[in-house]
Design a protein. Structure first.
Length: 156
């Protein structure tokens, strides 16, 4: 299992290159850079996002980047918030598909989240590794401050 972004990119690139050599067109290749729980290691979110960015840069729009997006939140409270923010970040990084719960994570709702809200920012800090050991996030959770952020449309 890859331990960082470099290993994710290296493993994925080897597989993609072999598939391309075998004549499989890039648009038929789906790569999962492996989404690991940030509750295990606070850097796992950024490792995956960095790998997505680098794979998108290396292979362009031809390749599909996907993954089990909700894996990132295992072991944490308010999983929907973490999942929603991670999905936004993964799409920003270049992911074009993902395994998500379509009932709790409507892509349209997720993409319209107000990124300026405190819950969004707390989840962003957890996912980027800025909130080491999820301390601020857990404090906000215990204080009841982690309601899912409103969409930008509903705030306006």
């Amino acid at each position: 299992m890859p331990q960082n972004a470099d290993e994710r990119v290296e493993n994925a690139s080897r597989m993609v290159e072999l598939a391309l050599e075998k004549g499989i067109p890039g648009e038929r290749i789906f790569v999962d850079p492996l989404v690991f729980p940030i509750s295990v290691d606070g850097e796992f979110g950024e490792h995956c996002l960095s790998a997505i960015r680098r794979l998108r840069e290396r292979y362009g729009s031809e390749l599909h980047l996907t993954g089990g997006m909700s894996n990132v939140s295992f072991g944490l409270p308010s999983r929907r918030l973490i999942n929603d923010v991670f999905l936004v970040l993964a799409i920003d990084a270049g992911a074009d598909s993902g395994i998500i719960d379509p009932v709790t994570s409507s892509v349209e709702r997720v993409l319209s989240l107000d990124r300026a809200t405190r819950p969004f920012q707390l989840a962003l800090d957890v996912l980027s590794g800025a909130d080491r050991h999820c301390r601020a996030y857990m404090k906000a959770y215990r204080a009841g401050e982690l309601e899912a952020p409103a969409s930008a449309a509903s705030v306006a």
